[in-house]
Write a new protein. Structure first.
Length: 336
């Protein structure tokens, strides 16, 4: 039973949500290796592994706080979250939760939002003391979860419910539940907070949801089993990792057409783009490595060995070069 559970969690490992930091050439990429029970630290300048952090059994999702000082890793089978000090590059404590904490994101104010795959809920957690602040029911088998850039909304993909739940971060009330494709898993929000892209694994497409109308405004066809998504900081490109094809496509956000496709490792999942939009990183589950992509061409320029079951990624500026740590609205006005 445990092996079956691990396989299920493995097939649905979280695509992290990456906050927008100040532009910075000094960046670290933290890679969750589920089978190895480690988090690899990659220097984005040299594209070399500079540290390996042991974590608890079967890590799944990862998220980084707005300051870039802490990372949070979920362990569904242990009902806990590991807290990593980014500067010290080690686990400093754990947060115990009931159930199966799976997807995780951090809102602009630092609150953790965690999806529970078995309980069909989203939980708001104070990261300082691990206190549960609020809990709300959502759709069946919530997986990927991401906070809006402005901090007022949280989006969660309900894998077995074929829907997207949108919640208010303050009250955790469900603002809307929107039908999407079949078996939605990964998702990403546009930098202006006006769109959410949802990867539908079994229908091989991505739903483009308008936050203004609360409707799916378009559907992007993909390769088989789209499991990873990321948006560029400027909002012009969307990356889609197709696990069945072993490739990543770059989509023009205006036309919603593919402008490039590159082969990567086996069974790609987590996707991350650097703050300057020049490179992207793709975690390859079956290869146990990370592909480095040139964002201008979509081609793989390097393959970095990390550890068994490389699943999810988070991008963090190096300590001392975080900038203001803010997530500014793209339009300069109030955004979700």
């Amino acid at each position: 039973m445990k092996k079956i559970q691990r396989l299920i969690y493995g097939l649905m490992a979280l695509l992290f949500a990456v906050p927008v930091f100040a532009a910075n050439d000094q960046v670290l990429v933290f890679v969750v290796n589920q089978d190895a029970a480690t988090v690899s630290v990659v220097d984005a300048g040299s594209d070399e592994v500079v540290a390996s952090i042991p974590v608890a059994f079967a890590p799944a999702g990862i998220a980084v706080d707005p300051t870039g000082s802490a990372l949070y890793v979920t362990h569904p089978e242990r009902s806990e979250i590991s807290v990593i000090d980014a500067a010290a590059r080690k686990v400093v404590r754990s947060i115990k939760l009931d159930g199966t904490p799976f997807g995780i994101t951090v809102s602009r104010d630092g609150t953790l939002f965690v999806s529970d795959w078995n309980a069909n809920t989203v939980t708001a957690v104070n990261p300082a003391d691990g206190q549960v602040l609020r809990r709300a029911p959502v759709g069946h088998s919530p997986a990927g979860i991401v906070a809006s850039p402005g901090g007022s909304l949280v989006f969660v993909a309900n894998r077995e419910g074929n829907s997207l739940s949108i919640l208010n971060t303050t009250t955790l009330a469900v603002v809307a539940t929107i039908p999407v494709g079949k078996a939605p898993f990964a998702l990403t929000a546009s930098p202006d907070g006006q769109r959410v892209y949802v990867a539908n694994v079994q229908s091989a497409n991505v739903s483009v949801v308008s936050i203004k109308t609360l409707r799916t405004e378009a559907t992007i066809p993909t390769g088989p089993m789209p499991y990873g998504l990321a948006t560029s900081r400027n909002g012009e490109k969307v990356l889609i990792a197709s696990q069945g094809a072993g490739s990543v496509s770059i989509i023009d956000a205006e036309t919603l057409k593919s402008v490039a496709t590159g082969k990567v490792g086996r069974f790609p999942e987590g996707v991350a783009i650097l703050p300057d939009d020049r490179k992207a990183y793709v975690a390859n589950w079956f290869s146990g490595d990370v592909s480095v992509l040139d964002m201008s061409t979509g081609k793989e320029v390097k393959r970095i060995t990390t550890g068994g079951g490389a699943r999810a990624l988070a991008v963090v500026p190096q300590v001392g070069r975080v900038g203001d740590g803010a997530t500014p609205d793209a339009s300069g006005g109030a955004q979700p």
